[in-house]
Structure formats: C-alpha cells, structure tokens
Design a protein around this ligand. Structure first.
Ligand code: ADP
Ligand code: ADP
Length: 226
C-alpha cells in the first residue's frame, strides 16, 4: 500500500476558481517526496484537503490504504502535518504546546511528556521549554510545529514549505533533522518552491503548476532532463 495515494483530486473554490484540476500521484512508504511548484500552484490546497481543513470537490485521498472519507480518525493517527501558518496559542509555553497535543491522540500524559522532551531536545528547543511561544524566533516556531506534529509518531509527515523564511544555516539543521526522521522510517512529503530544497533532500518529486501535475519522477531523472 502507498503511504499516500491521491486520485483525480479536484478543488473548485467558492467563486469558481479551479485550484486543482484532477491531480493524481502516489508516495511510497519510506520515501522522501517533494511536491514542487510556484506560488499559487495548488500545494497548500492539496495539503489542506489531506488533513481535512479544505473540502475537496472530487477525487479521493488515502493514507496507508485508509480513505480519509471513510475513516478520518484512523487516517489522522497515521498523519502528522506542519502547515505554513503558526497555529498554536502564542501565550502557551513551548513544552505545553507539544505535550498537550499528545492528549488529542489519547496518549498517556507521561508518554507525551517523554516524547516532548525527546523532540524538543532533538530540535534544539529544550532550553526554551518554559518560554511562551510568542517569544520565539520564526525558525524556532517552525521547529515547535515540527515537534508537535511528531508527538504521536506518525507514519507520514507532511510539511508545507517548512523552510520558508528560515535562514540558510538553520535550514541545513532542519534538513538534517528531517533526514534523520526519514531514516528511522517515517515517510516525508514536503512542499517547496525551491528546486534546490527538493534536490538536496528528496528522492521523488511531483511538480504541480496551475492545479495540474506536470511531472512525477525521481529527482535523479528530473536532473538529467534539465
Ligand atoms: P500554493 O500553496 O501552491 O501557493 P494554493 O493551494 O495556496 O497554492 O493556492 C492555489 C490557488 O487557489 C491560488 O490561485 C489561490 O489564490 C487560490 N486559492 C487558495 N485559497 C483560496 C480560497 N480560499 N478561495 C479562493 N481561492 C483560493
Ligand atoms: P532564526 O533566528 O533564523 O529564526 P533560530 O533563532 O530559530 O533561527 O535558531 C537559533 C539557533 O538554533 C541557530 O543558531 C540554529 O543554528 C540553532 N538550531 C537550529 N536548528 C537546530 C537543531 N535542530 N538542533 C540544535 N540547534 C538548532
């Protein structure tokens, strides 16, 4: 079974704009996959549909064989998403933001706290555990979102433009962290509009433009054609 299977996905926004014109692609378990495309291509729309924040017009999405329409709760347990916008409470403390998320998955508090410690340490945020989120830099907020998305150890992690606005040094350390997570068996999909980012991290790629998948191949073969 594919880690993610998207079939003929369509989205027409209210007002009639067709953001996705029937896209299909699959991501295999263990892959590090890039969804690459310019601004406005339909990347965030695709991710919004996968995590049920955006209602699709037509098509289907399944995660490790679980159709999101038939069992979203089961699909959600397999999925971690890092959206572009910071959507945690600015006045809550870093540790609590991550640990509380465990409760949403019915995780015992002790386990949630252990994992919170583990991921905050790995992401260089342990010193900030008592700090309110609003005091963090942009790069730290991004890493906080990643820690929170990992608390239930999802089999599939999806990140929407994870390094947008992050400086080059920090970008490298985020990349190596993601590579580590992937090496431990987590399937990762990221969206980006930098070919360079896709190139340095990912094995396979789909290129989306104006709501259409225009290329779906390995990074190696893509680079040969350029
Ligand atoms: P990307 O993430 O690749 O930049 P998006 O999925 O955010 O692209 O947007 C795809 C297209 O859909 C864009 O043209 C955008 O303006 C449009 N769009 C996104 N959200 C809405 C919305 N809520 N209503 C109408 N159009 C939207
Ligand atoms: P910015 O100011 O660009 O938003 P941050 O303030 O988030 O960056 O980063 C603070 C420091 O933490 C940086 O010097 C960066 O190298 C370091 N850092 C980033 N990621 C990690 C990580 N995964 N583990 C340890 N340290 C990190």
């Amino acid at each position: 079974t594919a880690a993610l299977s998207i079939h003929n996905l369509q989205k027409t926004y209210e007002g009639g704009f067709q953001a996705l014109k029937g896209i299909s692609f699959e991501v295999q378990p263990g892959d590090f996959f890039a969804l690459l495309g310019p601004n406005g291509a339909g990347k965030s729309t695709t991710i919004g549909i996968i995590c049920s924040l955006v209602r699709k017009t037509a098509g289907s999405v399944s995660i490790f064989g679980v159709d999101i329409d038939s069992d979203f709760a089961a699909a959600k347990r397999l999925l971690g998403v890092v959206p572009q916008e910071f959507n945690f409470s600015q006045f809550e403390k870093v540790f609590d933001i991550v640990a509380t998320q465990g409760g949403f998955y019915g995780m015992p508090r002790k386990l949630a706290e252990e994992r919170t410690e583990q991921y905050l340490k790995q992401l260089g945020l342990w010193d900030k555990r008592h700090t309110q989120a609003r005091m963090l830099s942009g790069g730290m907020k991004r890493r906080l979102m990643i820690a929170r998305a990992l608390i239930h150890e999802p089999k599939l992690l999806i990140l929407d433009e994870p390094t947008a606005g992050v400086d080059i040094e920090l970008r490298r350390s985020m990349w190596s962290f993601l590579e580590e997570i992937n090496a431990r068996g987590t399937t990762i999909i990221l969206t980006t509009h930098y070919l360079e980012e896709a190139e340095s991290l990912c094995r396979n790629i789909a290129i989306i433009d104006k709501g259409v998948i225009v290329e779906n191949t390995s990074i190696k073969s893509l680079l040969k054609t350029l």
